[in-house]
Design a protein around this ligand. Structure first.
Ligand SMILES: NC(=O)c1ccc[n+]([C@@H]2O[C@H](COP(=O)([O-])OP(=O)(O)OC[C@H]3O[C@@H](n4cnc5c(N)ncnc54)[C@H](O)[C@@H]3O)[C@@H](O)[C@H]2O)c1
Length: 383
């Protein structure tokens, strides 16, 4: 069985998490680390005993001949770095969200197709132990036919929450809804429907956003609808980051590290309720929970290995990552123009920038990158 050669481009938080998973997996070997900052690749290199360390990504790829290059860097760099790495004809995985708009995502997919390689997007929740348990129960028919999917963020400012956390949740929903045909969304800022003045740069370099509160409805396949809430809470609440599947015969509930099943479609307050049951989480046989690798990142690696072995796309493929961006851009467009947006959209430019330009406003002014500072400034603007 082939051992896949992995190079890590970016050695901070997410690069460290990815590297630990590739290091722990028996079928992958880290052959190179790259960062612009020596301390970062040295710390990771020391931890994982990788001596091939670089500041230049092209040099790393030329010298180490990887099969896969992981690109866990800030979102605004994804497009440029993906294009540069793909030029070498290697498979990639890139952190979420894949890119900041559809023009970029289309170009990355086209480049990968041209080079005959794969793109995977690091939506690890889609393949993690809790989702494996939910998917197993769902495939076993435990909730009958799916009617409706509900998902929520954890309380970030809506537009930022959509790009940052909604990207995971929409990808989770796609597991069951398969593809999204259209979206309808309502976005408010300061309690009023958004206006072109409410189009602002995202914190953390995630492109252009709008909406303090986002309420979106997606039309999936087979008459299934989904609702996504990305509402700003006064205080962040990770427990709100959940997904629920409503079926004709029961319900399934996903949260980070937990999977639950309710054997009735409705929870009625008549004292005759069944209780939510905890489902056993599912891990790869060779996963060692004592290793430093997070189980979701490990599952992500496991699926990449299996995908390449089998010649199929990763479950979190570039196509899925791009479809998630179609949904997110569709949500912005629906609220801006007050209409249903059918997917895939033909105009691939960022709908909020288009909307603002059409209204005669210049590009949004720069804002701080850090979320805390960004939010303070935005709260002042709204009030
Ligand atoms: N999947 C998840 O659960 C999850 C969680 C948090 C963040 N993210 C995503 O991860 C990304 C951010 O990851 P991070 O916080 O580790 O990023 P970061 O910006 O803190 O670190 C990126 C590293 O890449 C290096 N780098 C940047 N350009 C480079 C270049 N040209 N050559 C070599 N090195 C380069 C930087 O020096 C830095 O050390 C974002 O896209 C974010 O949305 C994902």
């Amino acid at each position: 069985m082939k051992t896949y050669r992995i190079a890590i481009l970016g050695c901070r938080g997410r690069g460290t998490a990815a590297a630990r998973a590739y290091h722990a997996h028996p079928r992958t070997e880290i052959v190179g680390l790259c960062d612009l900052i020596h301390e970062r690749y040295n710390a990771l290199g020391k931890e994982l005993n990788v001596s091939a360390r670089f500041t230049d990504l092209d040099e790393m790829i030329r010298q180490t001949s990887p099969d896969i290059v992981a690109i866990p860097t800030a979102t605004e760099l994804h497009y440029d770095l993906c294009m540069r790495v793909l030029e070498h004809g290697v498979h990639i995985e890139v952190e979420k969200p894949m890119c900041v708009d559809l023009v970029e995502a289309d170009a990355v997919i086209a480049k990968a197709e041209d080079k005959g390689v794969q793109v995977a997007v690091h939506h690890q929740g889609r393949v993690g132990a809790a989702m494996q348990a939910i998917a197993n129960a769902y495939n076993a028919g435990k909730i009958g036919n799916l009617r409706y999917i509900y998902g929520s963020g954890k309380g970030y400012y809506g537009g930022y929450g959509l790009m940052n956390i909604g990207t995971h949740m929409l990808n989770n929903m796609l597991h069951f809804g398969r593809s999204c045909k259209s979206v309808v969304a309502h976005l408010t800022t300061g309690g009023k429907p958004i206006t072109p003045e409410d189009v602002v740069p995202s914190p953390s370099g995630m492109g252009t956003i709008a909406g303090e509160y986002i309420t979106a409805t997606m039309q999936f396949e087979d008459n299934v609808t989904g609702t996504l809430l990305q509402h700003r809470f006064g205080k962040m609440d990770t427990n709100a980051y959940t997904m629920e599947l409503f079926g004709t015969e029961g319900r399934l509930f996903w949260k980070l590290g937990g999977a639950y099943y309710l054997p009735t479609p409705h929870y009625l307050p008549d004292g005759n309720n069944d209780k939510w049951e905890s489902l056993a989480l599912i891990y790869p046989d060779h996963y060692n929970p004592k290793s430093s690798a997070d189980e979701m990142d490990y599952w992500f690696v496991e699926d990449y290995v299996n995908a390449l072995d089998e010649g199929r796309p990763h479950v979190c493929s570039g196509d899925e990552g791009r479809h998630v961006i179609e949904m997110m851009m569709g949500i912005f467009e629906s609220a801006a123009y007050g209409k249903r947006v059918d997917l895939p959209q033909t105009d691939r430019t960022h709908p909020l920038l288009r909307w603002r330009e059409e209204s005669g406003l210049p590009s949004p002014a720069e804002m701080p990158r850090g979320y805390g500072e960004w939010l303070n400034l935005e709260k002042k603007r709204i009030s």
